[in-house]
Design a protein around this ligand. Structure first.
Ligand code: ADP
Ligand code: MG
Length: 331
């Protein structure tokens, strides 16, 4: 379990807790979860926790099991073994809609909005669905407008969802998730398709949302964003958590460095052996070919880890510019 202190001045303590943790337990606990698809172990004894009022990053190479973890947390994927706890309650067997009712919302790596509806109608539907669950009154237009404004897509309100840029569609996903006023928000690669200015604004919004006491768990490849906004980070590799801590801890963690340095070392050997698996050679292929299907602003994970200004006194460690190899199957 992670400590609540953060090396970053804006971390942890800034967060009021409207959605307070129960009895000091983390809001979400993933306990030794295993997911097997036939012979493939996608998640391998993964264990991590997420606190209310904080932004938690879940990072790792493509194929590490991040999206599968999200599916287990939300109930879309039954784990082979292990448990998921929400608010101190075992929700491992709870269906998706009941978890949603208990305050879990997510965005999808693959966009899920209704293409033939406008942006505004999509958000209205999300409000309506939530009203159906909770029996709340129908949303007034002002609620929808305020939410569109908040996530920065008000200018697209009347556009069809299938005609807006990818980055805007991701923000629409966020708006739809927020319509349910979730206490746990899971974001799967939310900044893909956002430009730098939009990403900055998005980061500020996440900090604001956590400041309201929400727990945010974010899978994200943009390490600058991760290092700037996350209070806690868990690193997944081959389905297991290999490191947990603050951004500064993660940048300096020997296991993380070994993982990324290991890719580089293996790459030289793999190149010589004519293989291209998960080393630098595969990394180049990832940067050149997989960008279109996974993200539009790919940057080398290792380089960004090293370059991110997280306020650590010792910033001498620079991880290599080796992006992970592609081994991804999106949900
Ligand atoms: N439905 C599935 N059937 C078979 N294998 C899957 C399925 N979903 C994911 N996988 C495999 O599980 C591993 C983890 O995938 P995923 O969770 O999508 O990783 P990440 O989100 O970290 O990129 C990969 O090896 C992937 O090929
Ligand atoms: Mg994924």
């Amino acid at each position: 379990m992670l400590g609540r202190s953060s090396s970053r001045p804006e971390g942890g303590g800034r967060r009021a807790s409207r959605h307070a943790a129960v009895g000091g337990r983390p809001l979400l606990e993933v306990e030794d979860v295993v997911v097997q698809f036939g012979g493939v172990t996608a998640v391998n004894e993964a264990a991590f926790s997420v606190d209310a009022g904080r932004i938690t990053g879940l990072i790792g190479p493509n194929g590490a099991g991040k999206t599968t973890c999200f599916n287990v947390i939300t109930g879309l994927q039954k784990p082979t073994r292990g448990r998921v706890w929400l608010d101190g309650r075992n929700v491992t067997s709870m269906p998706v809609h009941r978890r949603a009712h208990r305050g879990i919302a997510r965005t999808f790596q693959r966009l899920e909005a209704f293409g033939s509806l406008t942006v505004r109608e999509n958000v209205r539907v999300a409000f309506d669905i939530h009203r159906g669950i909770t029996g709340l009154v129908r949303p007034v237009a002002a609620d929808i407008d305020a939410l569109l404004e908040r996530v920065g897509i008000a200018a697209y309100a009347a556009e069809r969802a299938d005609s807006i840029p990818t980055g805007t569609a991701r923000l629409l996903e966020l708006a739809r998730a927020l319509a349910g006023d979730p206490k746990l928000l899971l974001l799967d690669e939310p900044s893909s398709g956002l430009d730098e200015t939009e990403t900055d604004a998005f980061g500020d919004l996440l900090i604001e949302l956590a400041g309201e006491g929400r727990a945010i768990l974010m899978v994200e490849h943009d390490m600058d964003l991760v290092m700037r906004v996350c209070d806690d980070i868990h690193v997944l590799d081959f389905g297991s958590v290999i490191a947990s801590g603050s951004p500064a801890d993660i940048r300096n963690d020997p296991a993380v460095q070994q993982a990324y340095l290991g890719y580089a070392d293996e790459a030289d050997e793999a190149d010589q052996a004519g293989e291209a698996d998960r080393g630098a050679g595969a990394g180049v292929a990832y940067a050149e070919s997989a960008v279109e299907t996974t993200r539009t602003d790919l940057q080398p994970v290792g380089a960004a880890l090293g370059a991110a200004p997280v306020g650590a006194a010792d910033e001498t460690t620079v991880l290599p510019a080796v992006p992970p190899a592609p081994r991804e199957v999106n949900q």
